[in-house]
Design a protein around this ligand. Structure first.
Ligand SMILES: [Zn+2]
Length: 122
């Protein structure tokens, strides 16, 4: 029965090695996930810190020549975003008159410029 016992021991050894390797892979995967999670949380903290600092500079509570250009760039982008949203919103409630190509209200029954009767838009 020695042969059988030896074979059993070898099989057990092989299983131990495989499960050790599996556990190492699982641990490494968990560590990678933990790192990615912490990096993501850190990025959000940096973002919050940036917003607080941005407000302080924008409201002239502190002065910082080093970040002045960046603050101005953010303000400019905010203005552009506001303008684009405004245009998008306006476009939502406007249509072009098929008769005179004027910008008119989407709900108008008659064109406010040329007086043409308008079809109801879907
Ligand atoms: Zn018209």
């Amino acid at each position: 029965m020695d042969f059988f016992d030896n074979a059993l021991d070898k099989a057990k050894e092989a299983i131990d090695i495989v499960s050790k390797k599996t556990s190492e892979v699982v641990t490494a995967q968990k560590q990678k996930f933990d790192i990615a999670s912490l990096e993501s949380k850190r990025s959000k903290d940096f973002e919050k810190l940036g917003e607080i600092y941005f407000s302080l500079i924008k409201n002239e509570e502190i002065e910082d020549a080093q970040t002045k250009a960046l603050v101005e760039a953010i303000i400019q982008k905010e203005n552009e975003i506001f303008q684009l949203k405004d245009e998008l919103n306006a476009a939502k409630y406007q249509r072009i008159c098929p008769n005179c190509q004027a910008n008119i209200s989407k709900t108008a029954v008659y064109c406010s410029v040329c007086g043409a009767k308008l079809e109801i838009e879907e």
